[in-house]
Write a protein that binds this ligand. Structure first.
Ligand SMILES: Nc1c(NC[C@H](O)[C@H](O)[C@H](O)CO)[nH]c(=O)[nH]c1=O
Ligand SMILES: CC(=O)[C@@H](O)COP(=O)(O)O
Length: 154
C-alpha cells in the first residue's frame, strides 16, 4: 500500500501574501475579493493575510519574490488581469509574468500561485472575475491553501 501525502483545505494557522495588480482594477479587485473570501471561509485568520498592490502585472514577480523570501508567508497568491490591446505588448507582459511567478516558487520553495487572468477581451476577464466562469482569485486561493498545507507535510 503506497503512502499518500496530500494538502488538506484548511487555512488555519497558515500565512498568506497576496500580490495584486492595480491595472484593470475593475477586474483585479474582484479577484482579490474572491481570494480573501476563500481564505476566510477556510479558517485563515485575517491577521495572517497580507495584501500588496503593484502598478501592473509586470511588477508582480518582484514583489512576490520579496514576500516569498521574507520567511513570513506559507504561500504567495499573485493576482492580475492582462487584457490584449492592439499591439504585441500583451504577449510580453503575459510571458514575463508567468515565467516570473513560476521562478519565484521554484527559487524560494514557497508556493507562488498564478492567479493572473490573461484574456483576449474584457468580456472574458469579467467572466473569470466572479461571473460565468467563476472567480480565478478563488481558484488561486484554493491552490495556495492546498500547496501550503502539502509542503509543510513533506
Ligand atoms: N496592459 C496591461 C498591463 N500593462 C502594464 C504592465 O503590467 C506594467 O505595469 C508596465 O509595463 C510598467 O512596467 N498590466 C496589466 O496588469 N494588465 C494589462 O492589461
Ligand atoms: C496587455 C497590454 O499591455 C495592453 O492592454 C496594452 O494595450 P495596447 O497593446 O493597445 O498598447
Amino acid at each position: 500500500m503506497a503512502k499518500i501525502i496530500e494538502g488538506h483545505l484548511s487555512a488555519k494557522g497558515l500565512r498568506f501574501a497576496i500580490v495584486v495588480a492595480r491595472f484593470n482594477e475593475f477586474i483585479t479587485s474582484k479577484l482579490l475579493s474572491g481570494a480573501i473570501d476563500t481564505l476566510n471561509r477556510h479558517d485563515a485568520s485575517q491577521d495572517d493575510v497580507t495584501v500588496a498592490w503593484v502598478p501592473g502585472a509586470f511588477e508582480i514577480p518582484l514583489v512576490a519574490k520579496k514576500m516569498a523570501q521574507s520567511d513570513k508567508y506559507d504561500a504567495v497568491i499573485c493576482l492580475g488581469a492582462v487584457i490584449r490591446g492592439s499591439t504585441t505588448h500583451y504577449d510580453y507582459v503575459c510571458n514575463e509574468v508567468s515565467k516570473g511567478v513560476a521562478a519565484v516558487g521554484l527559487s524560494t520553495g514557497v508556493p507562488t500561485i498564478f492567479g493572473v487572468v490573461t484574456t483576449e477581451n474584457i468580456e472574458q476577464a469579467i467572466e473569470r472575475a466572479g461571473t460565468k466562469v467563476g472567480n480565478k482569485g478563488t481558484d488561486a486561493a484554493m491552490s495556495a491553501i492546498e500547496m501550503a498545507d502539502l509542503l509543510r507535510k513533506i
